[in-house]
Design a binder for this molecule. Structure first.
Ligand code: ARG
Length: 471
């Protein structure tokens, strides 16, 4: 097939090379952005007197019918036409004749592909922001429904101090809220319009880049034509944001997997979100959590790939840049799936509050509270720590908990112990006593929930802005 760029060539492209260099198998998902971008470009060329009104109209009609055909599934993408840009342009000329060839005036595929990708990423950011928001809502719902449930808090995966389950969940809310903020930063650097840069240096035609930006709902245009065609920072940043978000989901996954084991038995996932074993009839596996944890590796891999692709690239467009898309697309798909499946899974899980509370009855999660008790009686904290350390050793040796040590034995360790020690060691007391700002006392968690709802409202305003700034 004759190439759109075939003029200076005397031989056909090798079939292997044609397939190797083609991107149509993956960039066809940007067909809508490509066509809407071309329409805006054509309208601008018309307005600036570079195309006649009639030519503009013919091109817009041709593009409209191609868009309809693709959406109806009546379009065959061809590898020989390399990419989405030339597949659409070639079909346009077949459909409306030589005037179709005027569309590419004052444009290059270098600024065209940059435009398409920017538009595609803006729309992906809108969807992903909405899904993060949805997962945050699930976390808030589960936290509110289990407000006073207590579970052991861990450091080093050893029991440390009791916390409210709602407090634990809200930690994840705040991680996701930071992800949302990072995504806002990505948006700011994606919402820049590259078209008009031409191949690299700008164009000899009197174009109006700001008109194109306005039509396509971009808030800014690239200030430098060379930067416009070679910048992939917004994709890098997106992949970095995505990697951090996936790491958050992976950490949550790890906890869900532990919690749903028989050893912990803190939660039970809904049957709809688990799978069985082909050999062991008793198995109910937390596959979704495991897959999200596993897919984190692949998203981090896409970030590493993109960093490596860009390292050492000279200005401006190099074919290496075509490698930006598959990783970004796969990351978008992975994020969308992971976020939506998680939002449902959290809402469907059963929280075994009795079990969480019960494991705290015979452990030492209240040891810090015993030390704090002695500090309130006047003992320096370091000495209190040593006294309680001895109490813990005594309890372990005689297979008792701290609350099972009689007052006489405690007083032998330190005369400051009084009969109010039992009340101070109650798990509920331990929770309520941690009333420092951001602590786990129920008053703090209630306040935190109110704050989270305010964060949600602000996020909604941002999502609404994204909706208005996408076409
Ligand atoms: N398919 C190419 C890409 O995705 C489009 C730009 C090609 N430009 C060029 N001069 N070969 O990057």
């Amino acid at each position: 097939m004759t190439k759109l760029w075939g003029g200076r060539f005397t031989r056909d492209t090798d079939a292997n090379v044609e397939e190797f260099t083609s991107s149509i198998s993956f960039d066809q998902r940007m067909y809508r952005q490509d066509i809407l971008g071309s329409m805006a470009h054509a309208r601008m060329l018309g307005r600036c007197g570079i195309l006649t009104a009639e030519e503009t109209e013919q091109i817009i009609q041709g593009l409209t019918s191609i868009l309809a055909d693709i959406e109806a599934g009546n379009f065959t993408f061809e590898i020989a036409l390399e990419d989405i840009h030339m597949n659409v342009e070639k079909r346009l000329t077949e459909r409306i004749g030589p005037v179709g060839g005027k569309l590419h005036t004052a444009r290059s595929r270098n600024d065209q592909v940059a435009l398409d990708t920017h538009m595609y990423m803006k729309s992906a950011i809108q969807s992903i922001a909405t899904l993060i928001h949805g997962l945050e809502r699930s976390l808030l719902e589960v936290a509110e429904a289990n407000l006073d449930v207590i579970l052991p808090g861990y450091t080093h995966l050893q029991r440390a101090q009791p916390v409210l389950f709602s407090h634990h969940l809200l930690a994840y809310f705040h991680m996701l809220a930071r992800d949302f903020e990072r995504l806002q930063g990505v948006w700011n650097r994606t919402d820049i319009m590259p078209l008009g840069a031409g191949a690299l240096a700008g164009t000899t035609f009197p174009i109006d880049r700001r008109m194109v930006a306005g039509e396509l709902k971009f808030s800014r245009i690239y200030a430098n034509s060379m930067d416009a065609v070679s910048d992939r920072d917004y994709i890098l940043e997106f992949l970095a944001f995505a990697s951090i978000l996936m790491v958050h989901l992976s950490r949550l996954s790890e906890e869900m997997i532990l919690w749903s084991s028989t050893e912990f038995a803190f939660i039970e996932l809904d049957d709809a979100h688990c799978t069985g074993s082909s050999i062991m009839p008793q198995k109910k596996n937390p596959d979704v959590c495991e897959l999200v944890r596993g897919k984190t590796g692949r998203v981090v891999g896409h970030l590493m790939a993109m960093l490596t692709i860009l390292k050492g690239l000279p200005m401006t467009y190099n074919k290496d840049l075509q490698e930006d898309k598959e990783g970004a697309f796969d990351t978008i798909d992975t994020l969308k799936f992971s976020l939506s499946v998680y939002a449902d899974m959290l809402k469907g899980m059963k929280v075994n509050s009795q079990r969480m509370r019960q494991v705290l009855d015979d452990d030492f999660s209240n040891a810090t509270d015993m030390a704090d008790y002695l500090v309130r009686k006047g003992l320096p904290f370091r000495e209190a720590h040593a006294v309680v350390g001895r109490a813990v050793r005594l309890a372990i040796e005689t297979q008792r908990s701290l609350t099972e040590l009689p007052l006489s034995e405690l007083q032998a360790l330190c005369p400051l112990f009084g009969d109010d020690i039992l009340a101070a060691l109650r798990i509920e007391t331990c929770i309520e006593a941690r009333n420092s700002e951001g602590g786990t006392a129920s008053a703090q968690v209630r306040q935190s929930l109110t704050d989270c709802h305010s964060i949600m409202q602000l996020q909604q305003t941002t999502i609404d802005m994204y909706t208005k700034s996408n076409i």
